[in-house]
Design a binder for this molecule. Structure first.
Ligand code: THU
Length: 131
């Protein structure tokens, strides 16, 4: 199986671990490192709603605490007719590590939309702007 196919399957497979009793909107994500490793994430909600965390950030943070730093693509799967675009917070957090990461959106039919993060987030606030 090709890397990208495996990435998409990982995002679909991890959906079962989403914890979304409040929104009932389950999201699966999988991020691919430049070395070819895959880390998965699913959204985890909380009764204190604002503490909920998106699938994308869980995948990214799992990768980071495993020592991964360079990312090439992230797949985001929802079993819905519509494609799910990453929220603004996740776009900003992803941009910290790769403002040009490929973002693949997968819907219930398995259809794919592909973007670069720079298409979804123009003029991100980056480290170099602190200087
Ligand atoms: N959510 C994600 O996990 N990723 C997205 O890209 C969009 C939104 C989650 C957050 C919340 O648990 C639920 O979907 C409804 O907003």
């Amino acid at each position: 199986m090709k890397r990208i196919e495996k990435l998409i399957k990982s995002a679909q497979d991890v959906l079962k671990f989403a914890y979304a009793p409040y929104s009932k909107f389950k999201v699966g994500a999988a991020i691919l490192t430049k070395k070819g490793k895959i880390y998965t994430g699913a959204n985890i909600e909380n009764v204190s709603y604002g503490l909920s965390i998106c699938a994308e950030r869980i995948a990214l943070y799992k990768a980071l605490v495993d020592g991964a730093k360079d990312f090439s693509a992230i797949a985001i799967y929802t079993p819905t007719k519509n494609f799910t675009y990453p929220c603004g917070a996740c776009r900003q957090v992803l941009a910290e590590f790769n403002p040009n990461i490929y973002v693949l959106l997968i819907n219930q039919k398995g259809a794919i939309k592909q973007f670069t993060l720079s298409q979804l987030l123009s003029f991100p606030f980056l480290k170099r702007h602190l200087k």
